[in-house]
Design a binder for this molecule. Structure first.
Ligand SMILES: Nc1nc2c(ncn2[C@@H]2O[C@H](COP(=O)(O)OP(=O)(O)OP(=O)(O)O)[C@@H](O)[C@H]2O)c(=O)[nH]1
Length: 250
């Protein structure tokens, strides 16, 4: 979600791979970002000029981002060619998505790009949650429903990162995900429809909670980043054992 800390997390990841000397590639897919605060190997902005696209096609900001991503997707086979050449020497490839997440998750180009990765290399999704802004049970539920919809759309291993834990601990969220009674208690104070709906949704999401991997961390302090890398390694195994056979069958 916007402002959850995706760019700061990428910055933290860049520091970690540098310190641990993990040969990796970083790709920026956000055409509208004014500056990228980490060194990236491939940057959409080197190929597509977002402001020019807006002007040329007479688009607003979201249309401009979407069209830039579509234009880049038409050349993505070249990016994949480069990655496949390097794949044996790379441990990780990290891809930062546009700030307006739905432009990636619900667009044809987002699907094309993620499919290209998923068919070539072990791929996982990292969904970043702004923990301090998710302490209300109704907001938490909205965020989880969104995460759930993205997971089922992409059908890839999924890592839920509770970010900004230097400000607010994510214990409440882990409690709500593992103990339905605790979520029920929290949602009791919510008035009317939203509260009742959240309570029933909590039950529906139990299966989702059981199947996802969570990481509690702070992109700013770096606390929890080792856990993130452990979970990424596990997502790689999950991809090989569960998702790759599904993709091959498809
Ligand atoms: N305290 C704290 N602040 C954080 C953390 N991660 C990000 N922030 C702050 O949250 C704000 C948004 O962070 P960004 O990294 O720009 O978030 P983003 O998801 O990339 O934002 P968009 O691309 O605009 O959607 C900035 O002020 C960051 O400094 C964290 O772990 N702890």
């Amino acid at each position: 979600m916007a402002g959850s800390g995706k760019t700061t997390l990428m910055q933290r990841i860049a520091v970690h791979i540098h310190n641990q000397q993990l040969p990796s590639y970083i790709i920026n897919l956000d055409p509208a970002v004014s500056s990228v605060p980490y060194g990236c190997n491939i940057d959409i902005r080197d190929t597509v000029n977002y402001k020019q696209v807006m002007k040329e096609y007479e688009l607003g900001p979201n249309g401009g981002i979407l069209t830039s991503l579509n234009l880049f997707a038409t050349k993505f086979d070249q990016v994949m060619g480069l990655i496949e050449q390097k794949a044996d020497s790379l441990q990780h490839i990290f891809v930062d998505t546009p700030g307006q997440i739905e432009i990636f998750t619900w667009s044809a180009s987002g699907t094309i790009i993620s499919d290209m990765f998923a068919f070539s290399v072990p791929t996982a999704l990292i969904y970043v949650v702004d923990t301090p802004r998710t302490t209300s049970p109704v907001t938490f539920m909205s965020n989880m429903l969104y995460a759930c919809s993205i997971m089922y759309k992409f059908k890839l291993p999924f890592i839920l990162v509770f970010n900004k834990t230097d400000v607010t601990s994510a214990d409440f969220a882990i409690d709500w995900m593992t103990d339905y009674e605790k979520f029920q208690e929290a949602v009791q104070d919510e008035k009317a429809y939203a509260g009742t709906l959240s309570a029933s949704m909590g039950l529906v999401l139990e299966e989702f909670y059981r199947n996802i991997t969570t990481v509690c961390m702070s992109a700013v302090t770096g606390e929890g980043v080792e856990d993130l890398f452990d979970k990424i390694a596990r997502a790689g195994e999950e991809y090989a054992n569960v998702y790759r056979p599904m993709l091959e069958a498809k």
